[in-house]
Structure formats: C-alpha cells, structure tokens
Ligand binder design. Structure first.
Ligand SMILES: [Zn+2]
Length: 306
C-alpha cells in the first residue's frame, strides 16, 4: 500500500515536472519582431525562472532568436511559440551574455547554430556546475532536464543581412565582460540585452560600472526607435538608457562615499534608497547584492589611496 502511494506520488511529481507551463506570449513590437516578456522578479518556483526578456525576428531567411531563456522547458516552449507564428525554421540563436537566465534554454535549439561573442562563449563554457545547482534550488521542477549548453559559434560583430533585416551585432561590455546588443537597422528595434533595464533594478555580479556607462552611450547614439531591455518592458528611448545610467551612477557615488566614510558592507546595505531607486522592482535585494559584488573594490581603492 505504502509502495503504491509512493508510486502514485512519483507519477504525480514527474507529471508536474513536465507540466510546468510558462504561459509564454509573443508581443509584436515591430513588423516581424517579437518580444517575450518575463517577470520583474528574482528566480522562484512560481515564475520557473522566467524573469528575462527573449525575442525573435521572423526574417525571409528564417527566424533569429535573441536569448533562449532560463531552462530547457522555457526554450522548448519558446520554440513552440515561434512555431505557432511561422512555419519558417529557426536559423540562428544568439546569447547576449553569460548569465543563466539568457542561455539555459539553449538545449531546446538542437540543430540550430547558437552564437555568442567570444568572451560569452568562454564564460559559459567555464561556468561552474554550482551555478546550475543554485538555480535548480531556487526554481525547482521547471528546470527539469536543463543543462548548460555553450554556444557553438563565435559571433563576429558588425552588420549582417539576414532575410531582409539588416542586423548589427555590437560587441560591448560592462554588465559582464562581454555583452552583445542586436540592432535591427530595418525596424529600429534594439535588443539591448542586460545593458539596459527598465523599471527593474540592474544586476551587477560581473559589472564594471564605468565600462557599462560607456556602453550605454554607444547604444544611445544608435538612435533606436524602440529599446528591448533584458528585463522590463520594451519602450522607446531614452527611458531604459536614462534609468539604467542613473542607477549605475548613483551606485558608484554611494559606494565611493561609503568607502570614504569607512562604512562596512552591512552599514552600506542599510542606507536608505532614494525614491527613484526604491521604485524599481526588487530594489532592496538587488542593492544588497550589488554591495556584495562591488563594494570590496571601492574599499580597496580607498585604502590604496591613503
Ligand atoms: Zn545579465
């Protein structure tokens, strides 16, 4: 009897694991151009790790996918979503950078060339297995079957014509060591990856703030018609550029001032957030993480200046 119950429980569990439904919806933001918008939250069991924007462009030569999402299941459901919109095959998937919510869906794109900047390929190949374990713990069943599948091709920056779309691939950095932005010169849509956030606090585990601020100016100079941030709603510029840059400059100033005053990390985390920062999704937790990521370098700089 007990064995029977256990068997039923296992069946239920595996049924649930297969049934996680992301409920993905494609928003057409420009002709042949779609964005799948994620929650402005941290990884959780409820969101299955879907905290990220992905996108795709349906060109005459096939579909170009920009980021594959946080899990194998997400990648499969993204592929099914694309299949419901077009019969055209996916001919290219790119990963904007080496953060797991942007590439862990790669496993669903079997047989499709997956490309990324050289630095991104290397960072994904070298990502520690503990990273995947950590996400499994936070997200649970939705991660079933997910493996880290590194991109097989190096993406050369520059302009490339794909099925009537003039796609410019920009090799930038600052959010991580290698950040790709994809600017469709035919529609004016800029897929900014995590170089731009909107209404959601930027994440900084590998950030170089000065480099990131310079990258934002490069993106601004493209004069896109619409910016698709890595997290948050697509919107015309300059909202995402301004908000991201304002946050990074505020962070840089607060950390430098705190180091000058000799505050310890716990004291910095307890500092009040200005209203513009507090209004961003997940601000207190993300600010605390940024203190952990970035404050030691500010303290070292202060010590060596003395
Ligand atoms: Zn990221």
């Amino acid at each position: 009897m007990i064995r029977g119950i256990a068997f039923v429980l296992v069946l239920l569990w595996s049924g649930l694991a297969q049934a996680f439904d992301y409920g993905l919806k494609a928003v057409e933001v420009a002709p042949e151009t779609y964005v799948v918008i994620g929650a402005m939250e941290h990884f959780s069991r409820q969101n299955g790790g879907n905290i990220v924007n992905t996108g795709f462009i349906v060109t005459a030569a096939g579909v170009v996918v920009i980021d594959t999402g946080p899990s194998l299941l997400y990648g499969r459901q993204l592929r099914a979503l694309i299949g419901g919109i077009t019969d055209a095959p996916v001919v290219l998937a790119v990963n904007t950078h080496a953060h797991p919510d942007h590439y862990l869906g790669n496993g669903a794109f079997d047989g499709v060339p997956i490309a990324a900047l050289a630095g991104t390929r290397q960072a994904i190949a070298e990502a520690p297995p503990a990273l995947l374990d950590g996400i499994y713990r936070l997200v649970g069943d939705a991660m079933a079957g997910t493996q880290s599948v590194p991109p097989g091709e190096t993406l050369a920056p520059g302009l490339r014509e794909v099925g009537g779309h003039r796609l410019e691939f920009l090799a930038l950095g600052g959010h991580t060591g290698a950040d790709l932005a994809v600017f469709d010169r035919s529609t004016g849509v800029l897929f900014a990856g995590d170089l731009a956030f909107l209404d959601r606090t930027p994440t900084t585990p590998q950030a170089d703030l000065d480099h990131w601020l310079a990258a934002l100016e490069t993106l601004r100079a493209l004069k896109p018609a619409l910016v698709v941030p890595g997290h948050g709603p697509p919107a015309p510029p300059p909202a995402a550029f301004d908000q991201t840059a304002d946050y990074l400059r505020w962070l840089r100033r607060v950390l430098a001032e705190a180091a000058a005053q000799g505050l310890d990390a716990a004291e910095v985390m307890a500092l009040p957030l200005p209203p513009a920062v507090a209004a961003l999704a997940v601000a207190p937790a993300e600010f605390a993480r940024s203190v952990i990521h970035l404050y030691p370098a500010f303290e070292r700089a202060m010590l060596s200046a003395k």
